[in-house]
Design a protein around this ligand. Structure first.
Ligand SMILES: Nc1nc2c(c(=O)[nH]1)N[C@H]1C(S)=C(S)[C@@H](COP(=O)(O)OP(=O)(O)OC[C@H]3O[C@@H](n4cnc5c(=O)[nH]c(N)nc54)[C@H](O)[C@@H]3O)O[C@H]1N2
Ligand SMILES: Nc1nc2c(c(=O)[nH]1)N[C@H]1C(S)=C(S)[C@@H](COP(=O)(O)OP(=O)(O)OC[C@H]3O[C@@H](n4cnc5c(=O)[nH]c(N)nc54)[C@H](O)[C@@H]3O)O[C@H]1N2
Ligand code: SF4
Ligand SMILES: [Mo]
Length: 902
């Protein structure tokens, strides 16, 4: 990039935010926004999260508004960014919130500005829906649980002693009578463990593709032990983690073209990551967006929109490969053959692995050599509905002479039948040679570390608080003891099948993919009597909410822990109020943090209610069950905090980590920890005051990074983890793994092929659910302010709407074989015909006829895993019609609550 172009970097942040919000509003809430009554306010019974009205004058910040103490509430809520947020606390009440104003906003050291959700962090944890005391469902008793009343029964307030006694008694009963396979813990994306259930003898839990879809290898971002045999790993696939894509300076400065493939950062990464794409735009990069709607990002970055029906990317990408081959033969310089033959195996006859069992490859397949069907744009168009000329356009745009960054989200992988998408996307990147050089990359550019590739510059110390249950005698017979949560247990329920497993007692066990522990598929049985959840919101997030409720109603006992009412709490017998993350001090880097910053949480306030920490609850239960909590938890909470703080480190120019935080003896005493004072770069007091410590970066500095650079420089010396050490466009391990576990019997070849997608008769529209501004997945979904700010629409193509007599703002009934929901229509020319968009984030609320008036997408979703166990979040077959039978009340007028009658 030229210097004159780099002068443009200091674009002001306000125009980015304004532009993004305007586009988002136009797209998502056109017309229907007015349907939401502007009266949603936290009711008086909640703890006030707002400044009293009238304290702002003329939009100016008044010094009196700093009256109180600013506390740090960095946002960690699953959107992939990690923004600075602060809360002004006065007399035990949050009176104001703000975001990053700790320094000037520059590209070298950007502010970490939060969105509206970040500003609502305190409303989320201290709102009127906060769980304030333990509760029991009135009709529940150990003798007669009255499971059918879950969700409709009244609640009564009970003491902690009573609640803990009930839970301990139920645990004892279930483990001694049935054993651990009768205990189901959490629909669990994060693989949370439980010291109590571990001590008692284990539990059954789930594995899932709900987030990453067929891009399973990306679980490395969760800090999972890495997957040696995972199919995606075997492809040598670009996976997220330390350095599969390039540093942010390269993203901004070097690409000619950025492809946002099934990706929508203007909604799903609208903190720093979305801003970085905007910076790239300002420097002159062109954008292409591929997906069923011209999404907010396509509008914001003025992209060429290439439309397709959700779940049809395999057909689309096969035709792109076909066209790249055709164009290369015609005009040359489209395919980087050197790249293909040096860094990849199996695209053509020349690059087949020596041990290949099949004498077939992708090149032959797209030409139609094996099945007589050339995978032409016209062939694909019949499946994906993309205009054939757009497929040609795309193939030409990503040719080898373009500096192209191919960035994907996970949406295309979150579809039934999406097994082949990661390998095909990789193939397109390899055909153009878009890996390992400036301005070129192929992988995920956000969802972690604010869109930045490269090793972590900051890290926190190891808290050293992992629990140890080796001193605990299981409550069940020892031979029955098993821990599904441990990697080698080999017994997991696919997350799609858990509710069926609870109701019907059976599931298909394939082990777990996440650490490569897949095993041949087998039918397994279980007999679930007890459900425990910690912040679990599977009745909103997991497929088939209606079946989920049936499952919850079918067991003997359900206990939920949470800081606020979620759908799962509503269907529990005992609810235990636990403190959230704003009631503790902590440091945050990595994971949901950022590569370039470390942030400090300060305990915001401790409301006068009975919520207790999860650890306290664990210790109480362990004691009641006859275990010694001090043996289970090796260090105190204060010591764990000290360990994290004292071990926090920052990388220097030579890429060595150096101590970051200066600690005095008083600091250590205040934490109640043992340790030595130390010298670092910032005192603990300063870090607490600022909330964040970040570094000034510049183009070409020591932390710049190009994904796969080492491999490209010397593939022999720095092989990839696949068995050939290269990108495997022909991958026997993939085929073997998928075929071994195939849930529906579908068979796969080592190279990617087309697989037909099952349709459901009478349901002619394919529904997808993009991640939306109102929530970060489940989190924030109950927050009144956000419900008021963003309605939950159903986006329908104008022609499809007209054919059904539906106008913008009408209420629409959406039906699938699994459930029915109501939403307000947003009629748009910016969505492909034949698809409807249902932004994610609705919380279920069923009326007497069983219609979900909360508009939760999972209510419509079946739970049949295909192939490698994928859930079809983005290709749900539905139909819809205008609804006039009743008025749909805006959901800012209600909130899920779990509370005892006074
Ligand atoms: N219909 C439909 N369903 C979907 C999707 C969709 O688009 N449409 N998207 C899918 C996707 S991509 C995802 S990622 C899932 C997410 O679904 P969920 O897992 O339900 O959502 P989250 O909001 O990420 O987190 C769940 C809870 O975990 C809590 N939590 C966070 N960290 C911890 C921790 O360390 N310990 C404990 N105990 N709790 C913690 C959070 O506070 C939150 O309450 O939903 C999937 N479901
Ligand atoms: N605001 C907000 N941000 C979030 C989250 C949130 O809930 N809210 N959730 C976070 C989480 S857990 C995740 S996993 C990420 C998800 O972020 P992404 O992986 O980007 O997923 P989506 O937002 O579901 O979809 C992105 C785009 O893909 C398109 N799309 C949908 N189906 C298909 C398909 O089959 N093929 C193609 N080519 N395109 C398709 C959609 O129209 C949408 O515009 O976002 C994270 N960020
Ligand atoms: S939801 Fe995401 S963008 Fe919004 S404040 Fe939190 S981390 Fe930042
Ligand atoms: Mo996700």
């Amino acid at each position: 990039m030229t210097d004159s172009m780099s002068n443009k970097t200091t674009m002001d942040r306000r125009s980015f935010v304004t532009a993004g919000a305007a586009v988002a509003t136009a797209l998502a809430t056109a017309g229907a926004l007015s349907g939401c009554a502007p009266k949603a306010k936290q009711e008086a019974e909640g703890i006030g999260a707002f400044a009293p009205e009238g304290t702002f004058e003329g939009g100016k910040t008044m010094t009196t508004l700093n009256d109180g103490e600013w506390k740090n509430v960095p946002c960690f809520h699953g959107c992939g960014n990690a923004c600075v947020n602060k809360a002004l606390v006065k007399d035990g009440v949050v009176v104001r919130t703000k975001t990053d104003d700790t320094h000037e906003d520059t590209l070298g050291r950007p502010q970490f500005r939060g969105c509206l959700r970040g500003r609502c962090m305190t409303e989320l944890e201290f709102g009127a829906d906060r769980l304030k005391y333990p509760m029991k469902r009135k009709s529940w008793s150990p003798e007669n649980p009255h499971g059918e009343l879950r969700g409709t029964d009244e609640w009564e307030r009970i003491s902690w002693d009573e609640a803990l006694d009930i839970v301990a008694d139920q645990l004892r009963a279930v483990y001694t009578t049935y054993g651990p396979r009768a205990v189901y813990k959490d629909w669990d994306l994060y693989h949370q463990r439980s010291p109590v259930l571990d001590a008692c003898g284990g539990f059954l839990t789930t594995w899932d593709t709900a987030s990453f879809g067929s891009y399973l290898s990306d679980v490395s971002q969760l800090g999972m032990p890495f997957l040696d045999d995972c199919a995606s790993r075997d492809l040598g696939l670009p996976f997220l983690g330390e350095g599969s894509v390039n540093d942010r300076f390269d993203l901004v400065e070097n690409p000619d073209l950025i492809v946002l493939y099934a990706q929508n950062p203007a909604w799903s990464a609208n903190g720093l990551a979305g801003w970085l794409f905007w910076q790239a735009k300002q420097r002159g990069a062109e954008f292409i967006c591929v997906g069923p709607e011209k999404n907010a990002s396509a509008n914001l970055y003025d992209a060429k929109w290439i439309r397709l029906l959700p779940g049809t990317d395999t057909a689309f990408l096969l035709a792109v490969v076909y066209e790249m081959v055709r164009l290369d033969a015609e005009q040359g310089d489209v395919i980087d053959w050197d790249f293909l033959h040096t860094y990849c195996v199996g695209f053509d006859d020349e690059s087949m692995p020596a041990e290949a069992k099949l004498q077939e490859n992708l090149l032959g397949y797209v030409r139609g050599d094996y099945d007589g069907i050339p995978k032409t744009p016209e062939w694909a168009s019949a499946v994906c509905a993309t205009p054939p000329e757009d497929i040609t356009y795309f193939a030409n745009a990503v040719k080898k002479t373009t500096n192209a960054i191919l960035s994907h989200g996970y949406a295309a992988g979150r579809c039934s039948g999406a097994e082949e998408v990661p390998q095909l996307f990789l193939t397109v990147g390899c055909l153009g040679g878009h890996i390992g050089k400036p301005g070129n990359a192929c992988g995920v550019y956000y969802c972690d570390r604010s869109g930045v590739g490269g090793t972590m510059i900051f890290k926190a110390g190891d808290p050293g608080d992992a629990w140890d249950v080796s001193s605990c005698e299981p409550l069940c017979a020892p031979e029955k003891s098993f821990v599904s949560g441990s990697w080698d247990a080999g017994d997991y329920v696919n997350g799609n099948q858990i509710f069926d497993a609870v109701v019907e007692g059976g599931y298909q066990n394939v082990g777990i993919c996440w650490n490569g522990s897949w095993k041949p598929i087998e039918q397994a049985t279980c007999d679930i009597h007890f459900i425990e959840g910690k912040n679990d919101s599977s009745l909103r997030s997991a497929p088939n909410t209606v079946k989920g409720i049936e499952a919850y109603r079918s067991v003997d006992f359900v206990v939920m822990r949470d800081y606020m009412a979620k759908a799962n709490c509503c269907y529990a017998d005992v609810v235990l109020p636990t403190t959230g993350r704003l009631q503790e001090d902590d440091v945050m880097v990595g994971g949901q943090g950022d590569r370039e910053a470390i942030q400090y949480f300060t305990n915001v306030l401790d409301p006068e209610d009975e919520a207790k920490s999860n650890r306290w609850v664990d210790e109480q239960l362990l004691e009641r069950l006859g275990y010694d909590p001090s043996k289970v938890y090796p260090v105190s909470s204060g010591q764990a905090l000290y360990n994290k703080v004292a071990g926090a480190a920052m990388m220097n120019d030579k890429k060595e980590y150096e101590t970051l935080i200066t600690l005095t003896q008083e600091d250590i005493d205040e934490m109640g920890a043992q340790g030595k004072p130390q010298e670092g770069k910032i005192t603990l007091a300063e870090l607490k005051e600022q909330g964040i410590y970040s570094i000034e970066r510049h183009s070409g500095d020591a932390f710049c990074h190009i994904g796969y650079e080492e491999f490209i420089k010397d593939p022999e010396k720095n092989p990839l983890s696949s068995s050939s050490g290269k990108f495997e466009l022909y991958c026997q391990e993939k085929a073997d793994a998928y075929n071994m576990i195939s849930f529906d019997g579908e068979q796969f070849k080592p190279y990617p092929t087309y697989h037909d997608i099952a349709r459901i008769e009478g349901y002619d529209f394919v529904c997808f659910s993009p991640h939306y501004l109102r929530t970060a997945c489940t989190d924030f979904g109950n927050v009144a302010t956000l419900r008021e700010a963003w309605i939950l629409p159903l986006t329908i193509n104008s022609n499809d709407a007209a054919a059904r007599g539906i106008a913008d703002g009408d209420t629409v009934l959406v039906s699938s074989p699994y459930g029915k929901i109501l939403r307000k229509a947003t009629v748009s020319g910016q969505i492909i015909e034949g698809a409807v968009g249902l932004p994610n984030g609705g919380w279920p609320k069923f009326d007497d006829e069983g219609i979900d008036r909360g508009g939760c997408a999972s209510t419509l979703m079946g739970a049949k895993p295909t192939g490698m166990g994928i859930s079809g979040h983005n290709n749900i077959w539905v139909t819809f019609e205008k609804w006039t039978a009743s008025e749909l009340e805006p959901d800012c007028d209600w909130q899920l609550r779990v509370e005892a009658k006074a």
